[in-house]
Design a protein around this ligand. Structure first.
Ligand code: URA
Length: 247
């Protein structure tokens, strides 16, 4: 159930404030009856009409968000912590995160209201490449990297092969900075992989998902994805999925 003006705005027809004006002016009908009361609640399946024309479904929208530290990817939190949605005050569509980043992880997060797109991106067989910059405790050995690259068992399931490159070692503070490219996204996967080898992840930042990079955005900022970018993401995921099913 949601308020009528919110449902109208969410369809992309107009802003919430203008939707309130339409309701006050008696131009909105719900299931054939004029509703001029602002608090009126509608549920899924109700037929909303403005000037006797039915509202179209919500426009599909796609965003790239530079997730900052200190916010969660669920839409509400019982601990009252900030959520990624708090950064999207001026977006009326009901968007949600496509996949998850941890509370303290920063970087590329896709947001959309397109369920089909979200499922495709998150499906394990889509094998969409995700690149992370990681700082871990300790000076990592070549042997550890080899094991991680080939795949290790996490909770009984083997991780898929991945690519890791050492970017730098801080011998004084005993930390290593690396880039890791994964084609899967199990819960807390990067942290678990390094933890299983005795290294704690101190900093985790996602640089890219498929063809999408953060270029030009600062933490907490977002931009609409271009139609071409959405198309490329879909094509990449579909191509990988088809290969996967052929095997
Ligand atoms: N892997 C993790 O451990 N955490 C993230 O937020 C993303 C990938």
């Amino acid at each position: 159930m949601e308020r009528l003006q919110k449902a109208i705005a969410a369809s992309g027809y107009t802003s919430r404030r203008k939707a309130e004006d339409l309701i006050r002016q008696g131009r909105v009908k719900v299931n054939g009856e004029v509703v001029s009361e602002l608090g009126f609640k509608v549920k899924q399946g109700d037929l909303i009409m403005v000037d006797d024309k039915a509202l179209e479904g919500e426009n599909k929208v796609y965003y790239l968000f530079y997730k900052p530290q200190g916010c969660i990817c669920t839409l509400s939190d019982e601990l009252g912590r900030p959520t990624v949605i708090d950064y999207f005050n001026d977006v009326s569509e009901r968007i949600y995160p496509v996949g998850r980043l941890d509370y303290d992880t920063t970087g590329v997060l896709l947001m959309s209201n397109d369920g089909e797109f979200a499922n495709l991106m998150m499906h394990p067989s889509s094998h969409l490449e995700k690149v992370y910059e990681v700082t871990i405790t300790g000076l990592v050995t070549g042997e550890t990297l080899n094991k991680l690259e080939k795949g290790i068992y996490l909770e009984g399931v083997k991780t898929l092969p991945c690519k890791i490159r050492v970017v730098g070692k801080d011998v004084e503070h005993k930390t290593t900075m690396l880039m890791i490219k994964l084609v899967e996204g199990k819960n807390r996967q990067v942290k678990k992989m390094f933890e299983s080898m005795g290294h704690r992840v101190k900093r985790l930042h996602r640089i890219s998902v498929g063809n999408i990079q953060l270029k030009g955005l600062r933490p907490g900022e977002y931009r609409r994805l271009k139609p071409q970018e959405v198309k490329e993401l879909k094509n990449m995921a579909l191509a990988k999925k088809q290969n996967y099913h052929k095997k």
